[in-house]
Design a protein around this ligand. Structure first.
Ligand SMILES: [Zn+2]
Length: 173
């Protein structure tokens, strides 16, 4: 049996393959295409509209759920076919990539030089250290505060991804 969400994402892929761009306008699905889309694509889209709409809603970090799913599928495909991993390992790798991407796209920022975890300042015996990258900016944290803070950020990413259907372990039957 094909799950409804599955056929909705298949409809989306079929539409994109036919050169149709999809956008949300409130509760309307707006199509943009340089040529009239094939009738079967229109039919698929209108039949699955209710399931397609949530896929195009923001899924966090400025990406829609569908963007995240596409990124996940891409990473899993690369790991499996180019990296030679088993499907299960490729999916685990893809999930880790999604978590990393989510953290990049939802950066934490320190507004001042205070520890983001405990709010404490810079001390000679416990200096604040910058964590992060030049691209996403960095946050100041005590080295002792970092592990718990980072675990919390990861849990936040995992929960946000789970909310849009991207989960660590997908079981295919
Ligand atoms: Zn601290």
């Amino acid at each position: 049996m094909v799950r409804p969400a599955m056929s909705a994402s298949q409809a989306l892929h079929a539409a994109r393959a036919a050169g149709v761009e999809l956008h949300l306008d409130g509760d309307d699905l707006v199509l943009k295409a340089s040529a009239p889309p094939p009738p079967e694509v229109l039919d698929l889209l209108s039949r699955h509209k209710a399931e397609i709409l949530p896929l195009l809603r923001p899924g966090g970090g400025g990406w829609s759920s569908d963007d995240w799913q596409t990124f996940y599928d891409e990473r899993a495909g690369i790991a499996e076919f180019d990296g030679g991993l088993t499907r299960a390992d490729a999916e685990a790798r893809a999930f880790a990539c999604c978590v990393g991407k989510w953290l990049d796209r939802n950066p934490a920022t320190s507004t001042q030089r205070r520890c983001l975890a405990c709010g404490g300042g810079d001390h000679a015996h416990d200096p604040l250290l910058p964590h992060g990258t030049d691209v996403t900016g960095h946050v100041w944290l005590h080295s002792g505060c970092w592990p718990a803070w980072y675990a919390r950020r990861n849990a936040e990413a995992v929960a946000a991804l789970a909310a849009i259907g991207i989960e660590e372990r997908k079981i295919h039957l």
